[in-house]
Design a protein around this ligand. Structure first.
Ligand SMILES: *Cc1c(COP(=O)(O)O)cnc(C)c1O
Length: 429
């Protein structure tokens, strides 16, 4: 221990470990976490912070949940991992069954992936391989939305917002896709059909060379926490049907109840042809994701040239520990009690954040499901926000102008109030 309670190993972190989206010269402050349970992160100096981020949308039931812990420990006694090429196991099969059961009915085929970005890569490959297999190889491009975020690997970067995304550094290296304007039709405002016009124009003009439209349904997350209207998705589905394009829904952030429905897609009452899930799939315990598609797509690819193999196969595909904890996470959600909890949380976030609307420097306040957002007119100073979090006892990680939360569903009313108070403090920094 150093004298201020910081463990000695933190110094090595500062000089040798990269953190997400940071420079090694100015890596920004970090809190050393030594344990976590329930909604609390325990720091090395003994402080406890309420986790307002669910570790980036994932820890739905909090940390060290007894049933999730047991699921991992129980699986560990059988096997931690086996390859999925030529072998299979019950945790993976049960997970496939559950995902098909929960998803919109046409989604019947499951590819297990190791992270959200990989799930999106697989979705893109599925779409391109499908059109190749059915004799329309000229359909090689995707249509995406400005403000989109779909992950950090190369294929994903290419469908992230091309200007404001984190990835414009790589623009000349990436495949060139087509982008429609960000949906300008807020979730809670009556739908204006004109919002669909930019996408419709793009699809009408370029559909011969387009394989799929990819969207984050209802919530554009990392690209700006934009909550858009379900009718927009209905319109996207209709355009895809009219012009023979596939529709990919990236539910990696929104899946498993976060917007008040099991999948955000359900707000619109439609189904995509391909769907990606990740983040909360294991309740925040382990990295795991999945890409689901329709039988028609799977059959199309499989009847294609070269033996019809879908060309992807990660080393840790279908990891049994991750599948076991995902199964228990889905079992915890199965009683449906999250629906009331998330609805209540939306009401509380709305009510407690609403007074900020009138404050100077605040551009917007919004809540949907268990997501609360305060948008400032100017960017948040991340280092000051970080220090304030430690003082306030609440963990938040603002980005750009956004101070936001997606609490674990198990957070109590009091804990959510502490989170909204901390958001108010950061919004006024
Ligand atoms: C986080 C996220 C991804 C990427 O997932 P990783 O597990 O970080 O690779 C993709 N799409 C959306 C919508 C996300 O929120």
């Amino acid at each position: 221990m150093e004298t201020d309670g910081t463990p000695a190993w933190v110094a090595f972190d500062r000089t040798h470990l990269w953190h997400p989206y940071t420079s090694m010269q100015a890596p920004g402050p970090v809190y050393p976490v030594v344990a976590a349970s329930g909604v609390h992160l325990e720091l090395s100096d003994g402080r406890k912070l309420i986790d307002g981020m669910s570790s980036w949308w994932s820890a739905l039931h909090g940390y060290r949940h007894p049933r999730l812990d047991r699921a991992v420990a129980g699986q560990l006694e059988k096997m931690a991992h086996v390859m999925f090429g030529g072998l299979t196991h019950e945790p993976a099969v049960r997970l496939g069954q559950s995902l098909i059961h929960l998803s919109p009915p046409p989604l019947q085929r499951v590819f297990l992936c190791d992270s959200g970005s990989v799930a999106v890569e697989v979705a893109i490959k599925m779409a391109l391989q499908y059109f190749h297999a059915i004799g329309q190889p000229e359909r090689r491009r995707l249509v995406s939305l400005r403000g989109a975020y779909h992950g950090d690997t190369t294929g994903c970067m290419a469908v992230c917002d091309p200007v404001n995304g984190m990835h414009n550094l790589f623009a000349d290296y990436l495949p060139q896709h087509l982008f429609a304007e960000r949906p300008a039709c807020p979730f809670h405002v009556p739908f204006d059909r004109d919002a669909l016009a930019p996408l419709a124009r793009l699809v009408e003009e370029h559909h011969h060379t387009v394989a799929a439209v990819i969207v984050e349904p209802i919530v554009q997350g990392t690209g700006g926490m934009n909550f858009y209207h379900p009718e927009y998705l209905v319109g996207v589905r209709a355009l895809c049907d009219e012009f023979g394009l596939l529709l990919i829904h990236d539910e990696i952030a929104t899946g498993f109840g976060r917007t008040g429905r099991m999948f955000a897609t359900e707000h619109a009452g439609i189904s995509p042809d391909i769907m990606c899930v990740g983040k909360a799939l294991t309740g925040g315990y382990m990295t795991l994701a999945a890409t689901l598609c329709t039988e028609a797509i799977a059959e199309g690819i499989s009847a294609g040239p070269g033996g019809g193999a879908l060309m992807h196969g990660p080393t840790f595909m279908g990891n049994p520990l991750a599948c076991a904890v995902a199964n228990e996470n889905l079992a915890l959600l199965a009683d449906g009690s999250w629906r009331k909890r998330v609805a209540d949380m939306q009401g509380q976030l709305e009510a407690e954040l609403a007074p900020l609307r009138a404050k100077p420097g605040i551009a917007d306040v919004r809540a949907l499901g268990a997501i609360g957002v305060v948008e400032r007119e100017t960017p948040v100073d991340l280092a000051r926000a970080h220090a304030r979090c430690g003082e306030l006892g609440v963990w938040l990680r603002p980005f750009g102008k956004l101070v936001y939360t997606m609490p674990p569903y198990v957070a109590t009313t009091d804990e959510v109030s502490k989170i909204t108070q901390a958001m108010a403090a950061l919004a006024e920094l």
